[in-house]
Design a protein around this ligand. Structure first.
Ligand SMILES: Cc1cc2nc3c(=O)[nH]c(=O)nc-3n(C[C@H](O)[C@H](O)[C@H](O)COP(=O)(O)OP(=O)(O)OC[C@H]3O[C@@H](n4cnc5c(N)ncnc54)[C@H](O)[C@@H]3O)c2cc1C
Length: 392
């Protein structure tokens, strides 16, 4: 007899959401993955893309699918907070500012379906409404007042893991090194033991193709990201009261599109504003390259540009300090997650976050749990859109 119905490998945002959704649907679930390293500069093992205190939450997006899955996920935040007693969501709003007419019109079009109450703000009113920001004269803005702001990804994972346990599942702090299937039993080997299950789901983020647990390599890109955190003193905090999360696209160079997060309390007891870039070119995704990237403080050219952009955006703020960090997102050629079964095996994938699975992990987990448990995709999703593309 297998020890459980489903093992989920990877305790990041997607794996944790998937495990909780499966357990909520009645499966006996074990979720396996390591916690956050104590020191990213010296850690030699696996890393995750969620070691932060802020991720943007928004429905407004140029892509309808992204708006769809974030809207559905946001509906689950408050019930999850209530169930677990762990707060992770701050509803401070989300502002889009751009002079790029294509981005603006795509956001506007998608917003009409998914968030029709979005407010269009002319440039001359921007300074009055958001006096701390400095924008050029030729921008336009759209504001999402509700169901938007930011989540703390570490706390969201804590809430998902606690909910999993409430539903009778198990969280195992370990790494999976090997997966074997014999008839209808799939066994995974951790540092401690072999665990048998009926099905295994890989939610291993950027590490999907490195190591040997994936049955067949997938076609996805691992994109390096650099962020800059600007420290805000307690004296400056009141001037920034009510600052929303922001997407700012000036000009047409996607490599210079930025996102911005309002002051957030970090574990060191200080408040930081975060700025990061939206796009990037993929890097090799072997274990050594991933390790040295995660151990680093990011790309120093980007640090310089982001620091300058941050200061231009908030000219009256004197940052007490600036520091940078590295992270990655994973990108599929389809623009959607790979939610699929590997060939004939009882092994499944929930991979390729496409930079959207802090806010939207919960709906992705729900789609995956429906597919793994019942073999179907819930409306309005279609199985064909989520099939794995394998690397050549
Ligand atoms: C700088 C940055 C900013 C972002 N901002 C936003 C934002 O504002 N809004 C938003 O919605 N999204 C944002 N994202 C994206 C979001 O953080 C990701 O979509 C999300 O973290 C991906 O979750 P995941 O579970 O796929 O990957 P991860 O969080 O990386 O989790 C994968 C986990 O699998 C584990 N693992 C790997 N191999 C094994 C193994 N063999 N055994 C056990 N465990 C294993 C890893 O240790 C890791 O913990 C941002 C990402 C970055 C990098």
């Amino acid at each position: 007899m297998p020890d459980c119905d489903v093992i989920v490998v990877g305790r990041g945002l997607i794996g944790s959401a998937t495990a909780r959704q499966l357990a909520n649907a009645g499966a006996n679930v074990a979720l396996i993955g390591p916690g956050e390293p104590e020191n990213n500069h010296t850690h030699n093992g696996l890393f995750g893309s969620h070691y932060d205190s802020g991720r943007i939450v928004r429905i407004l997006d140029p892509i309808p699918y992204s708006a769809q899955i974030s809207k559905a996920s946001i509906e689950h935040y408050r019930p999850l907070e209530k169930l677990t007693g762990i707060g992770f969501y701050q509803e401070v709003g989300f502002l889009v500012v751009t002079n790029n007419k294509y981005y603006y019109s795509d956001i506007e079009a998608v917003g009409k379906t998914f968030y029709p109450q979005a407010e269009r703000i002319p440039q001359n009113e921007l300074a009055e409404r958001f006096p701390y920001f400095n924008f050029p004269a030729d921008v336009k803005a759209i504001f999402q007042q509700t169901k938007a702001g930011h989540i703390n990804p570490r706390k969201q994972i804590a809430a998902q893991n606690k909910a999993l346990e409430i539903y009778g599942g198990t969280v195992i702090d370990d790494v999976v090194f090997e997966i074997k299937q014999k008839d209808l039993v799939v066994s995974v080997r951790t540092n401690q033991e072999w665990i048998d299950s009926k099905k295994v789901i890989l939610a291993t983020g950027a590490y999907a193709n490195s190591g040997s647990i994936i049955p067949r390599k997938i076609d996805f890109g691992v994109v390096p990201h650099t962020i800059v955190l600007g420290e805000i003193t307690m004296e400056q905090l009141p001037n920034l009261n009510g600052t929303p999360s922001l997407s700012y696209r000036y000009g047409s160079d996607p490599m210079r599109y930025i996102y911005f997060m309002p002051p957030i309390l970090y574990p060191d007891g200080k408040f930081y504003i975060k700025i990061g870039h939206s796009n990037g070119d993929p890097m090799p995704n072997d274990m050594n390259t991933l390790t040295s990237w995660f151990q680093s403080d990011g790309d120093m050219e980007k640090v310089e540009w982001l620091s300058e952009t941050l200061q231009n955006l908030l000219p009256d703020v004197k940052f007490a300090s600036l520091h940078s960090k590295s992270c990655v997102t994973t990108k599929s050629p389809t623009g959607k997650q790979f939610i699929d079964q590997f060939d004939e095996k009882q092994i499944y994938a929930v991979l390729a976050d496409n930079g959207q699975c802090a806010k939207s992990a919960d709906e992705v987990g729900y789609i995956a749990s429906e597919f793994v448990m019942n073999g179907r995709f819930p409306d309005p999703y279609r199985r064909a859109d989520f099939r794995i593309k394998y690397s050549a």
